[in-house]
Design a protein around this ligand. Structure first.
Ligand SMILES: [Cu+2]
Length: 496
């Protein structure tokens, strides 16, 4: 398979003459550049196979320019953006990011944009790989229930963002209207073992991060560029747990990484890997041995690396609060034998990932649903709380609740909790500083507020703590938390 492609590439490079003045101009600028055939399309028209993320269409394997028909439908739909949180996305092809389009340099692309009759808004498309007014936007304004068509020649190879450009443009993009178009170089890309499609986006909701239920778009937050969520592939957890990307040791992985924005620039990084090659900005030049690559809003990069050591590799925006507090985190799971000559260690996922390494947040979803219908049991709270405790609290208080001597007080059999089982609500919302005595030992340190947790989550975590490790039992409900949250912050010494 691979050698066939190489042979094909060699034929293409050797046998295809240069055409067109654009090409000649490019050749003059960069004589080492391999050019495509910009002559008329040959053969039967080809219907492009589009893929939903994280999948990428197979290489075109062509050595001649063809007419390629692309059919893309805009669908407005409600989908989860986080555990128990839904959002009305506007999509190209039913997913965020939109369907991946793959053509070859020199192809003539006949583009059909459909706007689903159930949609409420008009839409269009601006493809950054198109040479022409608005990148197609000027020819593709489409009302619900209509279709538009335009044709372009793929002059430049590269990885290009496409997006909706209907006013208010920012809002259409913020709702998820972007995707990637790959224009293969005439000789094709080098074969690899895996190609994946990952695209970052920032989202703006009226509710806080992880506030449950349906969350509308917040225009003011979008203008202020203060996203509630920053995620890969349209949702927190879109590429973790069962949905993680996969590879084996000794394989080569190519990621087509886009950034839809609308606002943020991504500092794209894979924890535990080094990019062997980066086609930065999606262009032709290659940078090697890169730790973190910048991906502008409305830009892309092709990154490649070889996998050596098994384990979980974490894709993040290294503007790191986005990864751990807004959702910009995905996993590549590499299976295979250990190679101790490269890396000795035993892997402890929870150090970096905490709760997000846990593939099973089902208990959390179930508790959210039960709470919404008013039928939440204490047992459901405990189960959900246990999931959330891992990573959120266990980093300091340890998974077994024993804490660390002299640094983090125990939650297990804590006489501090037993003395006032409702006091922890306040501690989680406002933090705790100054001297405290727990089970006869003094601690004089700082616990930061955990106010990023919502009322449900705090109630569930504390119900879990109260019912674990010899603590007195009992139950904290979301209303208890809401009450404390609404109170004026007490003096910092409260609780001592
Ligand atoms: Cu739109």
């Amino acid at each position: 398979m691979k050698s066939a492609l190489f042979a094909l590439a060699a034929v293409a490079a050797a046998a295809v003459p240069l055409h067109g003045h654009a090409d000649a101009a490019a050749a003059a600028k960069n004589p080492s550049y391999v050019h495509g055939d910009f002559g008329p399309p040959r053969g039967d028209p080809i219907h492009a196979v589009l893929t939903a993320p994280p999948h990428v269409p197979a290489p075109t394997m062509r050595n001649y320019p063809a007419k390629v028909i692309v059919e893309l439908e805009v669908i407005e739909k409600e989908m989860p953006i986080s555990e128990g949180v839904t959002y009305t996305f506007w999509t190209f092809g039913g997913t965020v990011p939109g369907s991946f389009i793959r053509v070859r340099q020199g192809d003539t692309v006949e583009f059909h944009l459909r706007n689903n009759p159930n949609n409420k808004m008009p839409h269009n498309i601006d493809l950054h790989g198109v040479t022409g007014p608005g990148g197609g936007a000027a020819s593709s304004f489409t009302a619900p229930g209509h279709e538009s068509q335009f044709t372009f020649k793929a002059l430049n190879e590269g990885l290009y963002v496409y997006h909706c450009a209907t006013a208010p443009v920012g809002m259409h993009v913020a709702n998820g209207m972007y995707g990637l178009l790959l224009v293969e170089p005439p000789q094709g890309l080098t074969p690899v073992d895996h190609e994946y499609y990952v695209m970052q986006g920032d989202f703006y909701t009226t509710g806080k991060y992880r506030e449950k239920g349906h969350q509308p778009f917040d225009m003011e937050a979008a203008i202020a560029e203060k996203p509630t969520y920053v995620v890969f592939n349209g949702a927190e957890g879109a590429l973790t747990g069962d949905k993680a990307l996969t590879a084996k040791t000794g394989e080569t992985v190519r990621l087509f990484v886009g950034n839809g924005g609308p606002n943020l620039v991504s500092s794209f990084h894979v924890i535990g890997e080094i990019f062997d090659r980066v086609q930065y900005e999606g262009g032709t030049h290659v940078q090697e041995n890169v730790q973190t690559t910048l991906i502008p809003a409305g830009g892309a990069a092709i990154v490649e690396f070889h996998t050596e050591v098994p384990g979980s590799y974490v894709l993040v925006d290294h503007s790191i609060f986005r990864a751990f507090n807004k959702g910009a985190l995905a996993i590549l799971k590499v299976d295979g034998p250990e190679d101790k000559s490269i890396y000795s260690g035993k892997e402890v996922d929870s150090v970096y990932l905490g709760e997000r390494a846990n593939p099973n947040l089902a208990a959390v979803t179930q508790a959210t649903k039960a709470a919404a219908s008013g039928k939440l049991t204490k047992e459901e709270q405990i189960k959900a709380g246990q999931q959330l405790f891992t990573g959120t609290c266990s980093v300091c208080h340890q998974a077994n609740g024993e804490g660390l001597p002299g640094v983090f007080p125990p939650l297990a059999k804590s006489d501090f909790i037993a003395a006032d089982p409702k006091r922890p609500v306040q501690i989680l919302l406002r933090g705790l500083t100054g001297k405290v005595t727990v089970n006869g030992k003094d601690y004089n340190s700082v616990m930061p507020p955990m106010s990023q947790l919502n009322d449900d989550e705090i109630a569930n975590i504390l119900t879990f703590v109260l019912n674990s490790w010899g603590n007195p039992g009992g139950r904290i409900e979301a209303e208890d938390v809401a009450k404390v949250r609404a109170e004026k912050p007490a003096t910092p010494a409260a609780g001592h």
